[in-house]
Every structure is written in structure tokens, then in C-alpha cells.
Design a protein around this ligand. Structure first.
Ligand code: ADP
Length: 666
């Protein structure tokens, strides 16, 4: 076995590989770009070497530099992870030439599967079932149009060099073919530098079912069952699970055998995935083979009890596969959700910024969180905005689903937009819950997944108010403990007034909506009023923003994370980024001096209200930010001279960044 390996990747997959290497007593070398100097994978590895600027093509994609680091650090093998150089045949070859083991298949297998059309031609020979279509060399538009007629509409035009869902066009009738072909070729040539396409039958309501395969250098090849990745958005996977709902043992064996045939046809070694498109009635056709470890491999690990990275390392070091086909067993059901920094409501636009608060569910035998970031880390625009993969296991699908719901409800992210609320809705959609999957599910269930009413319930407002009051109480407690007169009535927050009972008001905003919550302090709790509804509220604030609350007779398990004037309320798998508009301010010591010039949330600079050099008084409006469809004005926290703004109009700023420099008045 290797003594030391280099991991030519970053983020969660680099951390994932390090974890197994450590268990096996293998030392690890991380490489990193300038943007990743403090990244988790750098912190976890035994050694770490800077390889270049943030842009991947100047760091993680520079093969020569990575090889040079491997040689210099004495790494015997390179794990490429997924993405970056993982499916780069030239890199695999260069490793071999340099006498370093590439932890993956031989360059020839990567090449053979690199082109969708060449792969289809090979698979045809190996008698692997193919989607009816044309995958030859003739690229004449008129010829391709006649092929489309022969195949029968609807058809799908695919870039042969395509990947990641790019370069695909569905065409429903002959009259649209020419234009679709031209646009597909344009996209393919831009994205992959190769405009060749293939045409195939468009399968209606298809499922994406893939088979995990593993080969070794001794001629063995096995399949580790299937993963259903039908739940996609724009041809990209969102949720993955194993086994595939409705799969029969016979079809599993047939698909497994077809996948092994496909792998053997290209002399496959290591971990690979053969992707099939399946019809609702159970037919399946080869789509492509991914010649690397997949993002969703943990799903297979959870149902087989195996460590696929360990298998990769064993196979790469020359060992035979640890198990034979008959020894492999499928146990229970696993599901993976990809937690992304993105805004589902805005077309899944990636979001960047600092993870001001990051609290994943607790890991156990049934709940696994694979991540490359920790609280305080930044999601930068340079790389994929994935925050983590959440994987759960259950004895059956129902249990796995229940655990997924629970785990999502416990997942709390503040600082970047994210898809947790969306995923929570997704796993609750009846068609998904009952396992009626196909790749159009998200599109079809828009109404349930993107609810338009942004009504906030009275419970939410009240819980936010309760948390605020409890927080004030805690702060006052701290202040009192440190003061000379701890019993002074000035520290009491019971709302006592000289002239009798008084109702205090807290105002919160959510998007356009704002709500006043009336507060009356009573022993052991508060009367809270929202509109005409009045409830007795009590509760306890835990250490990790947890809020145990009781409103009237009902109990709630929520969490409230404060960030600037934001109050992120988490309740039953949903979250509301509320803004506190008005409160009796009881800040901790020194709070007034800090934080005033930092962005309280990720957003866009909408206006600069003063010129550099201006002398401003405390409270002078300086800059306007727009975030989550709301405007927010940054005011001077003290008298001073505006030295410089650090951002220009229209710039995006992440949560917590310093916005301008305010100097003392000379
Ligand atoms: P990529 O390499 O870009 O990921 P794939 O060939 O793997 O492209 O296809 C990605 C997705 O596109 C599949 O998971 C499936 O949802 C859809 N797809 C591919 N081929 C077909 C087809 N013939 N009919 C319908 N949908 C398809």
C-alpha cells in the first residue's frame, strides 16, 4: 500500500479522501489555490502546497505543477477526486510517465468513454443496450435531420464532448430541428471546443439510473448496485438514492451485468459509473460512463457498508478487489441531498459569502455529512458552490426519507442563500415521497416547490420576538453580573413603568412584509400579540441558538441565529431571514464600537451616499445595500472622516465584510 498520496482536488471530496487515507495510515498531501489557503482540506492534510491563483485553470487544472508537487513531496500516487483533472486522459498518462500512480482507470479507458459517440459505438459492439439514435461521423445538418425523422420525434441532440448537462437540446418536431442543431453546436463549441453532436430518441418521463462498477488489474469487475438520480434540475442531480424505487432483482442483475460488460469493453480499472436512462416500463439504455468516483458515491457506501475510496486505493496499489460479486450485499436504503449555496427562487443562482453560522445535523451511523467547509469559511465565486452532501440511511425508503426530513430540519446555514428549504419541500412532495420518480419531477412540481405566497404565520413572528426577548434577558444578565450594583432596577427588563402597565413593541420585517409584535412582561414569560392574536409565550434559549418555546399550549423546537440586524428563524425544516427593525437595544459591552461598517448580510451595493473625504456625524447614512430584495442603509457608527469605500456601485459584498474606512477626525 502507498505511504503517501497527493490529492489533486479541493472541498468536500479532498476531505473525503483524506479521511480514508488517514484510517489506512496513508499520509496526505493537499494542494491549494490562493483562495483556499485556509480551506478545510488544507487544515486536514498532513502537508499542503500552494499551487497558484484562485482560478482553477491556473491552479487545480495545472497538471505539470501538481505532478511537480507530487514528486517533490514524495507522493507515490495522485487521487484526482471528481471534476478538475479526474477525467483528463493526458493527465493520467503524464502521471504514469512520471512514475506516479493515477488513482483511476487507465488513460485508454478515459479516452474511450470521453466522447459520447465513440463510447456508444464501443458499447454497441459490447452488446450494451443503447438509446436508438445516430452517433456516426456525418455532421451534415440535412443528413442529421433525416436521421431525426428515422429515429422519430421527440429527439435529443447531444454534444459528443458534452458533460454537466451542457450542450443538449430536445426537439419535438422537424421544423425546429435546424435551429436547435445550430444552437446546440454553438453551445458545444463554446463549452467544449468541439461542435460534433449525436442525435438520439428523447425518452419521455425517463429515469436516470446508474450502476457503480469496480474493476481491478487482475481482470475482476463487479457492480455495486444502482443509484437512482432521477431528481434533477436542468439535467443536474439534486437528490440521489439507492436502491432505485421499484427496482426488481432481475432488472438489477441485468443492468449490473450490462454495466460490467461496458466496463470490461474498455479494460476498466478502479471506480466507475455506468449511467443508464430507463423508461417507466423498465427498459434501460446506456447513456455514458463516468470514469471516476461520483459525487453521490456515499449513497452506495451506506447501502453496501463499504468504503469506496479504500477500494480505490487498494486497486490502485495493485491489490485484487476485496470482494466477489456474490459477496456483495445491499442493505436498507440511502439518500443523498446536495446542500448548495444557491438561491432556488432566483433560478438557482449561486450565492457567495461567508458562512456566518453553519450548524449541520449531528452525524451518526445513519446520518453523514460530507463537507469541505466550516463555520466562518467563505463560499467563493471561484468554485462549485456546494456546501455539503447530506446522506442518510434507513432500514427502508420510508425511514430514510423520515431521517432526511429530520436532518434537513436540523441543518442551519446563515450567510449565503441556500437550498435547504427547497430540499425540505422536495422530500415532502407526494410524488417524490411515494417514489414516482422521473427527471421532470422538479419541473412538474413547481407549484409545491416554489410557493408564491410569502405569508409568515403568527407563530413565526412570535417565536422571533420571544427569542429576541430571551436574548436581551441573557445580555442584561451578563451586564448585571459584571456591574457594581447587580440588583439595580435599571437592569430589570420587566417593562415596569412608573405609570402602570405598558406594552412594548418589536417590529420585524420579512421581504416586503413587516409585523409588529406587542410584548407585555409577566412573571416567567411574555404576553405576545400579533394582530388580534394574543398568546402567553415562554421559552429557553440554548447554547447553539436553539429555542425551546411554548406559545399558549403548543410547544416548538426552533432556532434563531442573529447576524447583524438579521434574525434567521429556523422552524420545522424552513427558515425565515427576518430583520429586526426596532428594539430596546441592550448590546453587550463594546458592541456599539464594532460591526457598524460591515455588511450585515450578503448583498449588492446600491448607492454610495457620501464622497470620500467627507466628515460625517454619528448616524449619517453612508451606503445602501440591497439584499434579499430589501434595502439596508449603513450609517456612521461614530463621527469620522470617510477615507475610502472598499466597493463600487453594483459590487456584490459578502456577509461581514468591511465596507469602508472611517478615520478619526484629525
Ligand atoms: P451529461 O454528460 O451532460 O451529464 P448525460 O448524457 O449524462 O449528459 O445526460 C444528462 C441527463 O440528461 C440525464 O440524466 C437525463 O436526465 C437527460 N437525458 C440524457 N439523454 C436523454 C434522452 N435520450 N432522453 C431524455 N433525457 C435524456
Amino acid at each position: 500500500m502507498f505511504k503517501k498520496i497527493l490529492i489533486a482536488n479541493r472541498g468536500e471530496i479532498a476531505c473525503r479522501v483524506i479521511k480514508t487515507a488517514r484510517c489506512m495510515g496513508i499520509a496526505t498531501v493537499a494542494v491549494y489555490s490562493e483562495a483556499d489557503a485556509n480551506a478545510r482540506h488544507v487544515r486536514l492534510a498532513d502537508e499542503a502546497v500552494l499551487i497558484g491563483p484562485p482560478a482553477a485553470r491556473e491552479s487545480y487544472l495545472v497538471a505539470e505543477r501538481i505532478l511537480e508537487v507530487a514528486k517533490r513531496t514524495g507522493a507515490e500516487a495522485i487521487h484526482p477526486g471528481y471534476g478538475f483533472l479526474s477525467e483528463n486522459a493526458d493527465f493520467a498518462e503524464a502521471c504514469e510517465k512520471a512514475g506516479i500512480v493515477f488513482i483511476g482507470p487507465p488513460a485508454s479507458a478515459i479516452r474511450a468513454m470521453g466522447s459520447k459517440s465513440a463510447a456508444k459505438a464501443l458499447m454497441e459492439k459490447a452488446r450494451v443496450p443503447l438509446t436508438p439514435g445516430y452517433h456516426g461521423d456525418n455532421q451534415d445538418p440535412a443528413f442529421l435531420a433525416t436521421q431525426a425523422e428515422r429515429i422519430g420525434y421527440p429527439v435529443l441532440i447531444k454534444a459528443t464532448a458534452g458533460g454537466g448537462g451542457k450542450g443538449m437540446r430536445r426537439v419535438d418536431q422537424g421544423s425546429e430541428f435546424e435551429a436547435a442543431l445550430a444552437s446546440c453546436k454553438r453551445e458545444a463549441s463554446n463549452a467544449f471546443g468541439d461542435d460534433r453532436v449525436l442525435v438520439e430518441k428523447y425518452i419521455v418521463k425517463p429515469r436516470h439510473i446508474e450502476i457503480q462498477v469496480f474493476g481491478d488489474r487482475h481482470g475482476n469487475c463487479v457492480y455495486l448496485f444502482e443509484r437512482d438520480c432521477s431528481v434533477q434540475r436542468r439535467y443536474q442531480k439534486v437528490l440521489e438514492e439507492a436502491p432505485a424505487p421499484g427496482m426488481t432483482p432481475e432488472r438489477r442483475a441485468a443492468m449490473g451485468q450490462a454495466a460490467v460488460d461496458a466496463a470490461k469493453a474498455v479494460g476498466y480499472v478502479g471506480a466507475g459509473t455506468v449511467e443508464f436512462i430507463a423508461t417507466q416500463d423498465g427498459n434501460f439504455f446506456f447513456m455514458e460512463m463516468n470514469t471516476r468516483l461520483q459525487v453521490e458515491h456515499p449513497v452506495t457506501e451506506m447501502v453496501t457498508g463499504l468504503d469506496l475510496v479504500e477500494w480505490q486505493l487498494r486497486v490502485a496499489s495493485g491489490e485484487p478487489l476485496p470482494l466477489k460479486q456474490q459477496q456483495l450485499e445491499l442493505n436498507g436504503h440511502a439518500m443523498e441531498a446536495r446542500i448548495y449555496a444557491e438561491d432556488p427562487a432566483r433560478g438557482f443562482l449561486p450565492s457567495t459569502g461567508r458562512l456566518v453560522h453553519l450548524s449541520p445535523p449531528r452525524e451518526s451511523n445513519d446520518v453523514r455529512v460530507d463537507t469541505g467547509v466550516e463555520q466562518g469559511d467563505e463560499i467563493t465565486p471561484h468554485y462549485d458552490p456546494m456546501i455539503a452532501k447530506l446522506i442518510v440511511w434507513g432500514a427502508d425508503r420510508r425511514q430514510a426519507l423520515a431521517r432526511m426530513r429530520q436532518a434537513l430540519a436540523q441543518y442551519r446555514v446563515v450567510g449565503v442563500s441556500n437550498n435547504i428549504d427547497f430540499l425540505t419541500r422536495l422530500v415532502a412532495v407526494p410524488s417524490f415521497a411515494s417514489g414516482q420518480l422521473d427527471t421532470g419531477l422538479i419541473e412538474r412540481e413547481q407549484a409545491l416547490l416554489f410557493p408564491t405566497d410569502s405569508d409568515v404565520s403568527a407563530d413565526v413572528w412570535m417565536l422571533a420576538a420571544l427569542a429576541e426577548l430571551l436574548l436581551e434577558q441573557r445580555m442584561a444578565g451578563k451586564k448585571r453580573a459584571g456591574s457594581v450594583a447587580p440588583d439595580s432596577p435599571w437592569y430589570a427588563l420587566d417593562g415596569w413603568r412608573l405609570n402602570g402597565r405598558a406594552e412594548r413593541r418589536l417590529v420585524f420585517r420579512f421581504g416586503e412584509a413587516s409585523q409588529e409584535v406587542g410584548v407585555e412582561v409577566v412573571p416567567g414569560g411574555y404576553w405576545l400579540r400579533v394582530g388580534s392574536q394574543r398568546l402567553l409565550a415562554r421559552g429557553k434559549l440554548g447554547t447553539d441558538s436553539e429555542l425551546q418555546a411554548q406559545l399558549g399550549e403548543r410547544r416548538f423546537q426552533a432556532a434563531v441565529v442573529a447576524s447583524g440586524e438579521r434574525r434567521h428563524l429556523f422552524l420545522e425544516g424552513r427558515s425565515w431571514p427576518l430583520a429586526l427593525v426596532d428594539t430596546l437595544h441592550v448590546g453587550g459591552a463594546g458592541e456599539e464600537e464594532t460591526g457598524g461598517l460591515r455588511a450585515p448580510m450578503p448583498g449588492k451595493v446600491l448607492a454610495l451616499l457620501v464622497k470620500p473625504g467627507a466628515v460625517v456625524e454619528k448616524g449619517t447614512p453612508l451606503l445602501v445595500l440591497e439584499a434579499m430584495k430589501m434595502e439596508h442603509t449603513i450609517c456612521a457608527p461614530r463621527k469620522g472622516v470617510v477615507k475610502a469605500f472598499r466597493f463600487a456601485l453594483g459590487d456584490l459584498v459578502s456577509d461581514g465584510t468591511e465596507l469602508l474606512d472611517l478615520d478619526e477626525v484629525p
